[in-house]
Design a protein around this ligand. Structure first.
Ligand SMILES: *Cc1c(COP(=O)(O)O)cnc(C)c1O
Length: 447
């Protein structure tokens, strides 16, 4: 079962007792290990009737090695989109044949290394497919796919919609003449056995995702007809199941997703194609939360403002696109217990030095005071990975937790970054570089 506010409260109280969040550690992330396992089990259940399916977790949603290893242990594969994510997936112990490489701008080196390891590669476009053909070692075990964009339109968040007419992803299937080019290119390359699409992420309705994937299925069938054999043997359906950020319920579910797909194309999941999925947000979002201390409370222009340690460094999308990425917040006493009355509208501000650094504006919440804690719910996906280093704020710690017989215990997933580490990645070792290379006075040359 995904996290509920009561579970968050219990975990937070223990986290305070254990000193994981509070005065000296003013912000931290938490991931519920049982919730992650249950969510993965739910995904497997929803696809139980598809005989051959690889559920590859989209690493970008939570690129933390212990989390990836937990997912590998739960039976998942991994979708990666950069040399860094590939490195993390290998460190987490995913077998290369359970890793899928998808990025839109792969270098030759990246492609060569993936093909040498037996990692599956989805080419983003026909030029890349050409490159893959030239770099593919004889007898390569890598499954090779081609990403297509059925151009069926976008959802409510433009930046999350990948199947629009002008999307930067995949081959634009509906452009004049392109479908024919794709069929030709695939039929001429018998080693291309997969079609890939990722229709969109948060904000895309299920019906739109289903319609796009049905179009990919039609293309695979058309290729089979042209090739005179079932050349495409697997369909990589991408991810994108939207997440409900307004309360504790999980809607839509993976079962809803499977129903929508089956309704749009009854043959899509009938077992003739191996299926790959690439869910990210829906696996982790509701199994994680962020807790932050309230440092001060003040009034300005009749408005109540809580200055907390959760701002754009840990919630960058929420701060910059608050309408698209609203986050649910609860108020807690310094010991972690939930606060209730009196409720009043408050701005929940972060610690960064710019005026827009608010995770919520005029949010009705129990009155906050110095030393209280705020919880940002449903932040298990993307929030811990998309840290923003503005003001040289360190990446906070992320802890995994498990509740057993009413007791919560923790394990460190990622240590908080120290100020020494911040200095190191900010060039501290090269402190003298500009003076020693170019001299100490204007125009002077190094000796
Ligand atoms: C981001 C991404 C995903 C995961 O999307 P979610 O919305 O997190 O499920 C899957 N596949 C590709 C190609 C992606 O870019």
């Amino acid at each position: 079962m995904p996290l509920r506010v009561e579970n968050v409260e219990a975990a937070l109280r223990q986290a305070v007792t254990d000193g994981l969040v509070g005065e000296d550690r003013p912000v931290a992330g938490f991931i519920d290990v049982r919730g992650v396992r249950d969510t993965v089990a739910g995904l497997h259940d929803a696809f139980a009737r598809v005989p051959d399916v690889l559920h590859a977790f989209a690493a970008k949603a939570c690129p933390l090695v212990p989390v990836l290893r937990l997912l590998a242990d739960a039976g998942m594969g991994c979708e990666v989109a950069s040399p860094g994510e590939t490195r993390l997936a290998l460190a987490a112990g995913f077998a290369p044949e359970r890793i899928v490489l998808d990025s839109p701008a792969k270098t030759r080196t990246e492609i060569r290394e993936a093909l040498e390891r037996g990692i599956a590669v989805n080419a983003d476009n026909l030029t890349e497919l050409d490159r893959v053909g030239r770099l593919r070692p004889a007898g390569s075990r890598s499954v090779v796919g081609l990403r297509v964009n059925p151009q069926i339109g976008g959802g409510s968040i433009a930046a999350m919609s990948t199947a629009t007419a002008h999307s930067k992803f995949g081959v634009a299937l509906a452009d004049p003449g392109v479908r024919e080019q794709v069929v030709e290119a695939v039929v001429q390359r018998p080693w291309v056995t997969r079609l890939h699409a990722h229709i969109g992420s948060q904000g895309c309705p299920l019906s739109l995702i289903a319609e796009g994937l049905a179009a990919v299925h039609r293309l695979a069938e058309e290729i089979a007809e042209r090739a005179g054999r079932r050349q495409i043997t697997s369909l990589d359906l991408g991810g994108g199941l939207p997440v409900n950020f307004t309360d504790d319920t999980t809607t839509p579910t993976y079962a809803d997703y499977v129903s929508a797909l089956t309704e749009a194309e009854p043959a899509l999941l009938d077992g003739r194609y191996q299926v790959v999925t690439e869910f990210g947000r829906s696996l982790l979002a509701k199994n994680g939360f962020t807790a932050a201390a309230v440092e001060y409370v003040k009034e300005a222009g009749g408005r109540r403002i809580a200055l907390t340690h959760a701002g754009a460094q840990v919630a960058v999308r929420t701060v910059f696109m608050p309408d698209a990425w609203p986050v649910r917040i609860t108020a807690h006493r310094p010991d972690g217990t939930l606060k209730s009355a009196p409720v009043l509208p408050q701005d929940i501000a972060g610690p960064l030095c710019f005026a827009g650094d608010l995770v919520a504006s005029e949010r009705p919440l129990p009155e906050l005071a110095e030393g209280d804690l705020v919880v940002l719910h449903d932040t298990g996906a993307y929030y811990f990975s998309a840290h923003w280093a503005y003001n040289s704020l360190p990446r906070p710690a992320v802890h995994g937790f498990l509740e057993r017989d009413g007791e919560v215990s923790f394990a460190v997933i990622r240590e908080a970054q120290t100020v020494d580490e911040v200095a190191a990645e900010s060039g501290a070792a090269q402190a003298d570089a500009l003076l020693s290379a170019f001299g100490t006075s204007p125009g002077s040359r190094a000796a």
